[in-house]
Design a binder for this molecule. Structure first.
Ligand SMILES: C[S@@+](CC[C@H](N)C(=O)[O-])C[C@H]1O[C@@H](n2cnc3c(N)ncnc32)[C@H](O)[C@@H]1O
Length: 204
């Protein structure tokens, strides 16, 4: 991780009120749509890690039984809670939790994460994926900045000062090592994609 958890949290706290309007790229919008399409499931319990202002959590709440949003930025989650109240959504809850310590130990059907895991180093991403696997979810849907090719420094979708995206190959290996089967690999751009990983039958 190129910044500490506290530095990332402070950065997102500062940006929370402008976050939604700033996320207007075609790549982000497509990623949200695709993640929601793959994670949507009737009556499921869904854990959203790095939930931010709730783009994914609030969208999935309509058909889910319950959505649990976790993030390290109280400012981002305050905005998510405000939106839930404004929209009359009652089956979603937000609380402090990180990839390493999600602060939740109930049953989970689907884990989802959008545009958040690229803040971790590759080693931390491996640990996060192992933690996600420990919930034994049916499915993990990851939308994120990820490298399908060598990054083109003239067209970088990320800020190398704070972001640390993995290659798709590294993510595929980490998912497989944690007992997932990679069932969908969608490239939205050379630097943004969606992976769907399902628990292999008989995984621990
Ligand atoms: C770019 S925002 C994405 C928010 C939301 N998922 C979306 O799609 O709009 C990244 C979020 O990840 C959170 N985050 C960064 N590092 C984290 C960590 N280690 N654990 C949990 N959340 C983290 C940030 O606080 C921020 O809210």
């Amino acid at each position: 991780m190129k910044k500490t958890i506290e530095e990332h949290a402070a950065r997102f706290d500062d940006h929370a009120t402008q976050y939604d309007e700033s996320q207007n790229s075609a790549e982000y919008t497509a990623c949200v749509d695709n993640v929601c399409r793959h994670a949507q499931a009737d009556d499921a319990v869904i854990l959203d890690l790095g939930t931010g202002t709730g783009a994914i959590a609030l969208s999935l709440a309509e058909s889910a039984a319950q959505v649990i949003g976790r993030d390290i930025s109280e400012g981002m989650m305050d905005r998510a809670s405000e939106k839930a109240t404004q929209q009359g959504i009652e089956n979603v809850s937000f609380a402090h939790g990180s990839f390493r310590e999600p602060n939740y130990d109930g049953p989970v059907d689907i884990v989802v994460s959008n545009f958040a895991m690229h803040h971790l180093s590759d080693e931390e991403k491996r640990e996060a994926i192992a933690t996600i696997a420990s919930f034994d979810p049916e499915r993990f849907v990851l939308g994120d900045v990820m490298l399908f090719d060598e990054p083109d420094s003239a067209a970088e979708f990320f800020d190398p000062e704070v972001d640390d995206p993995a290659t798709v190959g590294m993510l595929a290996d980490a998912l497989t090592d944690s007992g997932f089967s990679l069932t969908v690999v969608e490239s939205i751009s050379p630097q943004v994609g969606v992976l769907v990983a399902e628990r292999s039958v008989g995984s621990d």
